[in-house]
Design a binder for this molecule. Structure first.
Ligand SMILES: CC(C)(COP(=O)(O)OP(=O)(O)OC[C@H]1O[C@@H](n2cnc3c(N)ncnc32)[C@H](O)[C@@H]1OP(=O)(O)O)[C@@H](O)C(=O)NCCC(=O)NCCS
Length: 177
C-alpha cells in the first residue's frame, strides 16, 4: 500500500488508529488512545499522513503522524551565547511532542518527509504567533540520531530523555521565500 498525498488532522471517524505500529509501544499507545483526546482537550494537535487506499471498513490506515503543542523552556537551559539576548522569563517554544512512521514504511524516506512537514507547519504558525525554537524530547538514541541528522542540537536532559532544539532562525533559512 502507498501513502497519501497530504498531511491532515487526525479524525478518529476517518483514520484507523488501532492498526498503527511504529515499533514503539509508547508512541503506538499515544496515537491509539491519547492523541484525539488531547486534541479535544485543546492541548495539542496531531497531523497524519493516511494511506492512499482505505480498509474494507472505509477507514484509512495511518502511515505517519506528528503531534505539536505550544510549550516553554527555562531560559537557563539554552546555550550561554543565546541567553544574553533573551529576557529573564520562560522562553516560548513549539514542542514536537511525537513523530512516528508505521513499520511498513520505515526506511523509505517518510520520516524525513514527516519531519519537514512538521517544521514547515510550525514555521507557518510562527508567522502568526512567535516562538523561539522547536524542541523535541527523544524517546531513545535512535531518535536522537534521527533528529541530529537534520540539525537539532542537544539542549539538556528532560525527564531522563535528551531534549533537542532547533532555533526558529534556522527553520527560517529552510522555508523563507
Ligand atoms: C525515527 C523514524 C521516525 C525514522 O523514520 P524513517 O521513515 O525510517 O526514516 P527515513 O527513511 O525518512 O530516514 C531519514 C534519514 O534518517 C536516517 N535514519 C533513520 N533511522 C535512523 C536511525 N535509527 N539512526 C540513524 N539514522 C536514521 C536514515 O538513514 C535517513 O538518512 P538519509 O536520508 O541520509 O538516508 C522511525 O524509525 C520511527 O517512527 N521510529 C519509531 C518512533 C520513534 O522513535 N520516533 C522518534 C520520536 S521521539
Amino acid at each position: 500500500m502507498s501513502w497519501g498525498k497530504e498531511f491532515v488532522e487526525l479524525d478518529k471517524a476517518i483514520h484507523d488508529r488501532a492498526s498503527f505500529d511504529c515499533g514503539e509501544v509508547e508512541l503506538n499507545a499515544f496515537i491509539r488512545t491519547k492523541a484525539a483526546k488531547h486534541m479535544k482537550a485543546g492541548i495539542s494537535r496531531t497531523m497524519l499522513l493516511p494511506a492512499s487506499v482505505p480498509l474494507p471498513d472505509g477507514k484509512y490506515p495511518i502511515c505517519a503522524f506528528y503531534t505539536i503543542a505550544p510549550s516553554s523552556i527555562s531560559r537557563e537551559t539554552l546555550p550561554k551565547k543565546l541567553i544574553k539576548k533573551l529576557p529573564r522569563y520562560p522562553v516560548p517554544v513549539f514542542l514536537l511532542a511525537q513523530l512516528a512512521v508505521h513499520l511498513e514504511y520505515q526506511g523509505q524516506g517518510l520520516g524525513k518527509i514527516t519531519l519537514i512537514n512538521a517544521l514547515e507547519y510550525l514555521w507557518e504558525i510562527n508567522s502568526h504567533m512567535r516562538a523561539y525554537a522547536i524542541i523535541v524530547d527523544c524517546l531513545n538514541e535512535k531518535a536522537e540520531h534521527f533528529y541530529s541528522k537534520y540539525g537539532f542540537e542537544v539542549l539538556c536532559c528532560h525527564n531522563g530523555r535528551a531534549r533537542m532544539f532547533m532555533p526558529m532562525t534556522i527553520v527560517e533559512q529552510l522555508f523563507q521565500k
